[in-house]
Design a protein around this ligand. Structure first.
Ligand code: SF4
Ligand code: SF4
Length: 402
């Protein structure tokens, strides 16, 4: 007989370790000061809108598809709010038990441990938005004047208040996921259901007493408070095992006595949209260049006639190195014979994480035979990773030779 409680506690521990490790290993962080998004080895820049858009939409549809198929398993097994709320409730209970006659001491110890835990949890949470070493420096300097300092202090206070007083009430009042789930789940979603075809229920109400959300699952499998934790299943199994009977509550897809459609139109549409965003994300990532090069013509002045009799057009470039190793970009030209690219330093070197902007001229002889606009290409070759980009440009000459 499955013991959902111990499985859930093991998963909670694993999730806590993952929650702890992700920002420190740069696996996942929306780094606000640096304007970077770290995601599974990719260092995305905030202006890489396409990738971030597809990544966020993909994650959102993963959540939606999971909600339709496995219901609120996320809430009961993976949600940090659930994990820390239950841990706080268990701590409170144990302290009361250990320090039984001294209720005041148990309460003081509980709030002291919670305050310390809130500082640590807030630190980890903010590390998803600010580099942890940078954050530690600010914390050590009691920085509560900057935005990061104020956020740190506020998140610590909110974490403390949440786990001291709100805990699982959050799930039924503030959290929108429960309401969303109410709209998404149906008779084909995984539900915690009560089946008592042989009238075996002995009305012991242990399923109700053990429910962290204080509900009676026997009334309906569609109660918005139910987080699919399975505690009521364990409770009923334990009680009825003493009478050598199977439990009356279980996880199941499909409502009792009704046909089960594991793959209907709603699921097909959601899966199709999920596949669409997955393909978009994959395409955007595969098209991504670690070194971003942008070249544009400066048309504030169409051209300049030089004292040497040649015509000059002005251009601007931006080179952003989004990789972790030094790179350089070599600029050259194509299809503009006899022209000179006047770039003071070529190749343009860029350090990891650096953005370099600059300007350059291209000089060419005045156009003949009425070719006042010449189409040509500027080439940008990135080294050491060999990427070649072509920028179609125009070179403008005066309509009459100067
Ligand atoms: S009814 Fe059962 S599965 Fe739902 S929250 Fe309560 S104990 Fe968990
Ligand atoms: S634990 Fe089982 S037997 Fe007891 S009240 Fe709940 S459903 Fe009935």
């Amino acid at each position: 007989m499955a013991n959902w409680h111990s499985l859930r506690k093991r998963i909670h521990l694993l999730c806590f370790l993952i929650f702890l490790a992700l920002p420190f290993l740069n696996v996942m962080r929306f780094d606000i000061p640096r304007q970077r998004f770290y995601c599974f080895g990719y260092e995305l820049w905030i202006n890489e809108f396409g990738i971030i858009f597809f990544a966020l939409m993909f994650l959102m549809f993963v959540v939606l598809v999971a909600s339709v198929i496995v219901g609120r398993i996320y809430c009961g097994y993976l949600c940090p709010q659930m994990i820390f709320s239950e841990a706080a409730a268990t701590l409170r209970l144990r302290l009361r038990r250990w320090l039984k006659p001294r209720e005041g001491l148990a309460t003081a110890a509980f709030y002291a441990i919670l305050a310390l835990a809130s500082v640590i949890l807030a630190f980890i949470f903010i590390a998803y938005f600010v580099e942890p070493r940078d954050l530690a420096r600010r914390l050590a300097g009691f920085d509560i004047h900057t935005a990061a300092g104020i956020s740190g202090a506020s998140v610590t206070l909110l974490t403390f208040l949440d786990f001291a007083f709100v805990r699982l009430r959050f799930c039924t009042t503030v959290c929108p996921y429960g309401y969303l789930q109410g709209m998404l789940s149906d008779g084909n979603t995984l539900l915690v259901q009560y089946h008592d075809t042989h009238k075996d229920c002995i009305e012991c109400r242990k399923c109700v007493r053990d429910c962290p959300m204080d509900i009676d699952i026997r009334k309906s499998p569609f109660q918005i408070e139910c987080v699919h934790c399975g505690e009521c299943i364990d409770a009923c199994n334990t009680i009825l095992a003493k009478l050598k009977k199977p439990g009356l509550i279980r996880y199941s897809w499909g409502l009792e006595g009704k046909p089960h459609f594991p793959f209907d139109a709603k699921r097909a549409v959601l899966l199709a949209v999920l596949v669409f965003y997955a393909a978009g994300l994959f395409t955007a990532l595969s098209m991504r260049h670690a070194v971003l090069v942008r070249v544009s013509a400066d048309r504030s002045t169409l051209y300049r006639a030089g004292a040497d009799g040649r015509i000059y057009n002005h251009f601007r470039y931006t080179v952003a190195n989004r990789s972790r190793k030094p790179s350089a970009v070599v600029f050259s030209m194509q299809q503009l014979p006899g022209a000179t690219l006047l770039l003071p330093v070529n190749p343009v070197a860029v350090k990891p994480g650096e953005t370099v902007q600059g300007e350059f001229d291209i000089a060419a002889a005045p156009a003949r035979h009425g070719d006042f606009v010449t189409h040509f290409n500027i080439l940008a070759n990135t080294i050491p990773d060999p990427v070649r980009e072509t920028f179609p440009m125009t070179f403008i000459s005066p309509t009459e030779a100067p």
